[in-house]
Each structure stands twice: as C-alpha cells, then as structure tokens.
Ligand binder design. Structure first.
Ligand SMILES: Nc1nc2c(ncn2[C@@H]2O[C@H](COP(=O)(O)OP(=O)(O)OP(=O)(O)O)[C@@H](O)[C@H]2O)c(=O)[nH]1
Length: 325
C-alpha cells in the first residue's frame, strides 16, 4: 500500500507526474485491550493517549484509537482497540474477528474483582484458539502473539481480592509474556510500561520467531532499562515507574527466581559434588546461547580405531545399480 505525499508544482502535468513521490504507509501496530467490563480498559487506553485519567466511559462503546509515539527510538503507529464486553452470540463472533485482527494483546483484570481475574483464563484460551487457526494458514505463520497480563486498580488496597502472587502465577500458567500490576488512576508511568512491553515483546517475537531469542532483548534488565528519546518525540516517554505498587514480572524473571531457588535448595550436582548458586547458574543456564559443539572431523583422523560404518543397500537399489556398491 502506498500514499502520495508530495508533488512538484512546476511545469506540465506529465513532468509533475514523473515527480510523484510514493512513500509506504507506516505499518500500524495493532493492540487489543481485552477484559471483563469495568476493569478499566477505556481508562487505560485514554490515559496512555492523553495522559489523563478520566473516570467514566460509555461501557458499550468499542473504539479503535490511533496514536503515534516513540518507543525504543522507533516511531510506533499504534492502533488500539478498546473492546467492549460480549453478551450476545453476534458480539462473540465480533470478539473473535477482533482477536484475529490484533498483533498484541493487553489482557486486563481488576485486583478487586475475582470474576474478572478468572475471565482472563477464558479470554486467553480464545486468543490462543484464534491465533493458532490463523497461524496454520497465514504466511506469517511463525509469528507469535504477545499477551501482557495486567492487574488494575492496585490503589484500592482495602478491596483487593486477587493477590500479586496469584497474578504472577496465572500469567505463567496461561502463557502471557509478562505481568504488570498497576493503577491507571495513580500512575501514567505504569500505563506506559504496559504498552512499551507489548511492543517490545512483539518486536522480539517477530525478529526471532519460534524461541530464537537474544538475551539482550529478553533479559528483564534490558527490557526495563531507561532509553534515550528521539528528538522527534512529541509525547515524552515517561521515566521508569517508581510508585510502590508498580511491579512487573516477565517469564524470564519467574524462571530466574525458580532457578535461584532450585540452586539454593539443591546445590548438589548430579556428580554428587556440592556447588554454589553461582556455579549452578553458570552450568545450568545457556544464556540463550548453546555451548559450541565439539568439533567432529569430517574425515577420521589417521590411526582411528573404529571400523567405518557399514553401508546397507536397499532392496530397490539392488536391481538397478548394484554394481556401483
Ligand atoms: N480506583 C480505580 N478505579 C479505576 C481505575 N481504572 C479505572 N477505574 C474505574 O473503573 C471504572 C470502569 O472503568 P472503565 O475504563 O470504564 O472500564 P472498562 O473495562 O472500559 O469497562 P467497559 O467499557 O464496560 O468494558 C470507572 O469508574 C473508572 O473510573 C484505577 O486504576 N483505580
């Protein structure tokens, strides 16, 4: 798809035509925000775009917002679908087609509402189902779809029904790329970090499809590092979140936590030799890189004791060119 962006104002139409400049239309990054009614989806999207917290929204309104900003020194053209809850069958079909449209998901619940937390299970299943079906047919079949799990309304401490640990665990169980616990009302930084992670994980999975990842891109420290802003960024990227209830976990964080706890609880290697956590980590972790394979000579070195492998002829070969064997 291309858009005409400039045309020379001089001379004949023919020469003007020759000077048409065709520029590719920027590819939008399509994000869908999903979750039960009332969890704060509209509040999240509007806060991201306008930086304001607006209390009440039309619950039936399903809207696509477009917004462009700089993330990791790259201009990103967001198309954000703020979905409405589905109650009829037609709305259910609509939800499925919306899921197929999106490239990344923000799956949201409220920490004050256990039902909304349980609903995430069903919605993640729907995402998996629709994206898997697409993967079988589409050209970009190897691309993965990141889903960020978000527990909202962390400011309502007195009404909390879902603990942070439950959120963390659920994120891992249902296969989300990372987990955030936020308050849309209290912190714009936390809202930003949700969208930033959606973009980053999408970029990683598109760059290194099917688990080929680089530690520079996936390591939580790298994901959370402060970034230089481009001069063209009209909407300044806020600094990293510092509010007390802002927490973010990635699969990598959790794996690392487990790895450390395994190393602490059982620091004896299979050889029976005791080792410290550092040694264990060095031995157990590949840091996303496989150790080099031992060199295997193409031709056996002189004086090799093993007999050469026996070549077997198939029955079909016997009749044709058995003489060559
Ligand atoms: N205390 C608190 N309230 C919030 C927060 N985020 C949203 N709300 C409130 O939660 C209510 C629902 O927010 P919405 O953004 O309309 O929720 P929604 O998920 O879009 O709901 P539907 O449009 O019905 O799907 C509103 O009264 C918001 O003011 C938050 O972080 N803290």
């Amino acid at each position: 798809m291309a858009t005409v962006v400039a045309m020379s104002s001089t001379t004949s139409p023919k020469s003007s035509l020759a000077k048409l400049v065709l520029c590719p239309k920027p590819k939008p990054f399509k994000v869908m925000v999903l979750g039960q009614s009332g969890v704060g989806k509209s509040a999240l999207v509007v806060r991201f775009i306008t930086r304001r917290f607006i209390g009440e929204y039309d619950p039936n309104l399903e809207k696509v917002y477009t917004f462009q900003t700089v993330i990791d020194n790259e201009m990103v053209y967001f198309e954000i679908l703020d979905s409405a809850g589905e109650s009829h069958e037609s709305e259910y079909a609509n939800l499925e087609s919306n899921i197929r449209w999106a490239e990344a998901f923000i799956l949201m619940y409220s920490v004050t509402d256990k039902c909304s937390f349980d609903e995430c299970h069903r919605l993640k299943f729907l995402i998996n189902y629709n994206k898997r079906r697409r993967r079988l047919t589409a050209k970009d079949s190897v691309l993965e779809t990141p889903v960020v799990l978000v527990g909202n309304k962390a400011d309502q401490t007195g009404d909390r029904m879902v603990s942070t640990e439950e959120g963390q665990r659920r994120s891992k169980e249902i296969g989300c790329v990372c987990f955030h616990e936020i308050s849309v009302r209290e912190s714009i930084d936390q809202v930003w970090s949700v969208f930033r992670d959606a973009r980053r994980f999408w970029r990683v999975s598109n760059k290194w499809p099917r688990g080929r990842t680089s530690d520079a891109d996936l390591h939580p420290a790298a994901l959370g590092r402060p970034l230089a802003r481009a001069a063209s960024d009209s909407t300044p990227e806020p600094p990293a979140a510092t509010a007390p209830f802002c927490r973010r976990w990635t699969e990598v964080d959790l794996d690392e936590e487990e790895e450390v706890s395994v190393a602490r609880s059982d620091s004896t290697s299979s050889s029976g030799k005791s080792e410290g956590a550092e040694e264990f980590r060095a031995r157990a972790s590949t840091d996303s890189r496989l150790p080099p394979r031992p060199a295997r000579p193409r031709h056996p070195p002189p004086g090799r004791s093993h007999p050469p492998p026996v070549r077997r002829m198939s029955v079909a070969m016997r009749g044709n060119n058995a003489s060559t064997y």
